[in-house]
Design a protein around this ligand. Sequence first.
Ligand code: PHB
Length: 393
Amino acid sequence: MTFDRRKFLVYAGAAGASGIAMPFVRPSWAQSGAIRVGLLLPYSGTYAPLGEAITRGLELFVKSQGGKLGGRDVTFVKVDDESAPPKATELTTKLLQGEKADILVGTVHSGVAMAMVKIAREQGTPTIVPNAGADAITRGMCGENIFRTSFANGAVGEATGLAMLAAGHRKAVTMTWKYAAGEEMVNGFKRAFIKGGGQILKDITVPFPDVEFQSALAEISTLKPDSVYSFFAGGGALKFLKDYAAAKLGIPLWGPGFLTDGVEKAAGEAGNGVKTVLHYVDALDNPQNKAFVKDFSGAYNVMPDVYAVQGWDAGQLLKVGLDAVAGDVAKRKELNAAMAKAAFASPRGPFRMSTSHDVVQNYYLRELKGGANAWLGVAAKELAPDATGCKLN
Ligand code: PHB
């Protein structure tokens, strides 16, 4: 069976008109052969390195299990979502209906993820979000079959705000891309920072995925904050670090660790002194991380980053679910129930599913020095994301 776009559009139109979400037909042969894991990830654009790192982490985990989960071979079907929200519905449908994916893993960009999760909920496909932090995914849009192995945007913002307060900062300017992830990471940060006596001088945004930062940097120089809190990631983060250093503002730069992960080496001197907070740092001293860093760098000749860990843990979580049903992906209820109870040792430290299927985890304070992030301490211990509005039953 191949994906017939015209047919699907007619079908979707009918379902939409009646307001009923119709499940895609699952062929009877779906239980034999390999389990089909559909990957909806960015393989082009500013987030391409993130999609690649997640894929590598997940593939490495499955390889470490002899290529099998729950006793069955695993096949990956990859689709490039281009971090483009308008394409998300069609591409998710392509994976589920056209490619007959049994399991969905995606994605990086919050806007794309929200469109994907909407369909995954309607179809009941067991789904793991290996990055996108959109708060809604584990709040109002949460679902029995929706899981996340990364973080919620608000939580990582909050943890960074606490660390900035502890470092003595009180007057901040925020700067980010104008879309769900940036806005939510700024909101989480502001809640913690203002509550702790901090003041926000200005919120500056640029459209996603623009990398024209000069006028914003000039404005920051006149505002004279004691710190800048910023979210950018991937190619955009690298450009921002370089422009920020070149502007010689002399103002400490902070942010969620996405600002430096994966671009440590490329940033070179421009990254020196940037402090970030994240649920991972490759220098973490635990046995799982030591083995992971060795295996990942041995396999791919680069150090892993947070995205690689989130991909690896998507594999760990999937193993918990598929082992519980001996690879029978039709037993969705049992599979989801097993994943909901998952707790395991991750390279990031202890990993445990929250009641809303997000991760309860530690957040670490890091400083970039000479192309590597140093571990400075724990910024927040076992922080559970806000689950307000999540009703699973
Ligand atoms: C997101 O869109 O949720 C997002 C993207 C890249 C990151 C973190 C969050 O590094």
